[in-house]
Design a protein around this ligand. Structure first.
Ligand SMILES: [Zn+2]
Length: 117
């Protein structure tokens, strides 16, 4: 199964440069960069928002969440609530890893002459 089909236009995503993986609760889906912008406009009123998982803002969130979850798991600052926060904080980290192995690893980083749709 080819996982790198854009869920908006149903065409192939050819490299990581145009890939946006987005999460909405427990779903992660691949989109073209441009299609994701269109999707955001569409879904603002309908089905809630999709949060991009990959990209620069994603990485910063992941770093912060990873630190937070490690702190919560290795210390006893907030007891049981701390453990719960640790799990919640780990969730975006898990999504990022999932996105990487399911979608990004199969794509070349950048291809010069993409086939035009
Ligand atoms: Zn698309």
């Amino acid at each position: 199964m080819n996982t790198n089909i854009c869920r908006y236009c149903y065409k192939e995503i050819q490299d990581r440069d145009e890939l946006v993986t987005a999460s909405n609760w427990f779903r992660v889906r691949p989109y073209h960069y441009r299609c994701f912008e269109l999707l955001e406009q569409d879904t603002k009123t309908i089905a809630g928002t999709w949060t991009p998982v990959n990209g620069v803002t994603g990485i910063i969130t992941i770093m912060l969440m990873l630190i937070l979850s490690v702190v919560m798991f290795t210390t006893n600052i907030l007891g049981g609530i701390g453990d719960l926060l640790g799990i919640l904080a780990f969730y975006p980290v898990f999504l990022r890893i999932f996105s990487y192995f399911v979608f990004e690893i199969r794509l070349p980083k950048y291809i010069e002459n993409k086939r035009r749709h």
